[in-house]
Structure formats: C-alpha cells, structure tokens
Design a protein around this ligand. Structure first.
Ligand SMILES: [Zn+2]
Length: 356
C-alpha cells in the first residue's frame, strides 16, 4: 500500500474538509457494517443468538448448510482439492482480490475496524487496527492480542468442536469448559494462553533434534511432529499454526497427526498457502540426513524458542489437499472472510483434516 497523503499544514481549511468527508464515510461504513449491508457486518443479532451455528457464523459459514455440518463425500467422489473446496466455507459473494478487501485495507490503515467480536478470546465490541502491510498477521485484539490468522483458526475450529460435542462454544477461550483432548503444537503465544486451562490440553515444542520425543525440558514437552511420543487415537482436536511448513517432511507429519487423532477427530491448521499454484514450493528438504536448500535465500520465520527463527521448508499449493486426501483424511479448505470477527484480506485459508 502507498503512503497516506499528508496535506500541507497551511491549507487548514482543505484539511478540515477532508477530515469531515472521511469521518462521514467512516460513519456510513460503520452503520453499514452494523446493519449487515457491508459483507463484514453480521447484523449484530448473530452475536447474541449463538444457539444457531449458521447464524453465529454469519458470513463466514454461509455455505456450511442449514444443519451446520460439512457436506459428506458421496460414494463416487474421491477426496481432492475440488471436493475440499466444494464443502468449504468459501464465500462466493465476496471478491477476495478486489472489493471489499482493498477497501477494507484502505479504511483500516487510518481507522480501526469496529465493532469486532474476537473468536479467540470472546471479547465483543473490540476495535481492531490493521496497518495494511500484511493483514493476515495483523489486527491484534486489544484484549488477547490475537491477530487475524489466529481468529481464522478459531473461526474454523469452533464448528468442528460443535460437530464433535454438540456444544456451541463462541470462542477458543471457552474450550476450557470442554472435556476435549486438545493438542496444540506450540507452548506459547495467544492460542496457548487461551487453550491451556482446558483439562485435556497438551502442548509441545520442537526443542532440539537431540532429544527423544516426549522429553520434558524446563517444563516444555519436546515433540517432533513427524514422530511424536503420543499413543494412537489420543486427541479429539489438533491445532497447528504454520507448523507444517516448518518440518522437513510435512506429509509424514500429517500421517503422524492422523495416527494420534481419535476417529472423528480433526486437525485444524494454517500454512503458507498459494491457491494459484498446484504444486508445493519445496524451498528446502532433508536428503540423506543433509539439509538441502532448493530456493535461495532461505526464509526463517519467527519463533519464541529459537531466536534465529525456524526454517520455512514448504509453501503449499493445492496439491497439499490432494496429498492429505491420499493419506485417508476427509479434507476441507476454508477461505474465510468475516469482517465482524476481524477476519479480512484475501489470504484467509484454514484447512481441516478429519480422521474417518
Ligand atoms: Zn481477543
């Protein structure tokens, strides 16, 4: 995005007129969002009547169907990218590449979007501000610090919990009241803070390749997602945020997650994803025990445990869905947009793999 135009200070009258115009536009937008006329708006009532999943989800779950369940594959259908998308929450009305995404970014650069319900912590009426540079990683909730991508995970995970338990939790924070066995692949950050009080919660970090999976170091459990120490059929819900891009063999890790999920359990995850590419962009791999960089320069992503960052092995394309289908999962790909929940931008993809 370009820099905001700064009028000369001497032209005070022009500045005031522009300010009044912007304030008017913003007022109209806010009213439109509240009334539901703007796609980000949910009409307000949806937030208060959470007993109906379809109304709770507002725009986000528009294609979930009246029962709130994901479409089951027919016997003649193979799980694939096409079927994953068909049964997704993809909002066909909103043009992710144009309006309202660009408009939202422009507005949110100068004004926070408000009011927003945060599906991570459950706070209502929050003002969330995006800088417009990378909206996927921005727009922190003033209460829990959860940002856009984490709200996307929550938005996709909560209907899964509803499917498993029949209970309609409004935020990840409320999952502390559930008896689900939940595995989160990080032991820090906002999602960890929200989930850690749940009775059946387990978290881990990749501490060091020297350690045996399951070793606890200074209170942190070490696990390698490609070969964990958990027993078969342990978890109802696995949540990972970008982790599958940080392991050398992501499909081995998906296979491993399937092993430790209970039948009917789901893995809800985000990864760096390019919907315009079919093939994965394998930037690095481990071959015969040696790390090989296929694309220079290597990309390192931020990590609380490893100050230098963690190597990004893969940016995924649509073949990811086909490949995890081949592992025997039911897969859905969710392209989310829900302004009233602080989920904006054209890169809001969350994937759910369910063990049959
Ligand atoms: Zn929050």
């Amino acid at each position: 995005m370009g820099r905001a135009y700064t009028p000369p200070h001497s032209k005070l009258g022009l500045l005031l007129r522009c300010g009044a115009l912007l304030a008017g536009v913003w007022l109209l937008l806010t009213l439109a969002a509240r009334s539901g006329a703007w796609p980000g708006g949910s009409g307000g009532a949806a937030e208060n009547e959470a007993d109906d999943l379809a109304s709770y989800g507002g725009w986000g779950f528009a294609t979930l169907g009246s029962s709130g369940t994901r479409r089951q594959l027919q016997p003649h259908e193979m799980c694939s990218w096409e079927t994953a998308l068909e049964s997704s929450m993809f909002d066909r009305v909103v043009d992710k590449e144009g309006w309202p995404t660009k408009f939202e970014q422009l507005v949110s650069e100068s004004q926070p979007i408000a009011p927003v319900f945060c599906p991570v912590c459950g706070a209502a009426q929050q003002s969330i501000k995006f800088s417009g540079m990378n909206v996927r990683e921005e727009g922190r909730c003033p209460r829990c610090s959860g940002f856009n991508r984490l709200r996307q995970i929550a938005e996709a995970a909560l209907p899964e919990v509803w499917r498993m338990t029949g209970r309609n939790f409004r935020s990840l924070n409320e999952l502390a009241l559930s008896d689900l066995s939940i595995y989160h692949t990080q032991c820090s950050g906002v999602l960890h803070n929200m989930l850690s009080s749940a009775m059946g919660y387990v978290c881990s970090e990749f501490v060091s390749a020297e350690l045996a999976p399951g070793t606890v170091v200074r209170g942190v459990r070490h696990e390698d997602l490609q070969r964990t120490s958990f027993a078969d059929n342990t978890f109802d819900l696995v949540i990972s945020s970008e982790m599958m891009s940080r392991v050398a063999s992501p499909y081995q890790a998906h296979y491993e997650v399937k092993r430790i999920l209970k039948p009917g359990g789901s893995h809800v995850f985000t990864v760096p994803f390019s919907p315009s590419d079919y093939h994965d962009d394998i930037r690095a791999s481990v071959e015969e025990g040696r790390l090989v960089h296929h694309v220079e320069p290597p990309i390192y992503t931020g990590d609380s445990l490893h100050p230098k960052g963690v190597l990004l092995f893969t940016i995924f394309g649509k073949e990811m869905v086909d490949k995890v289908c081949m592992l025997g999962y039911n897969v859905t790909a969710h392209h989310l947009h829900h302004g009233a929940h602080g989920i904006i931008g054209n890169n809001a993809w969350v994937f759910i793999t369910t063990k049959p």
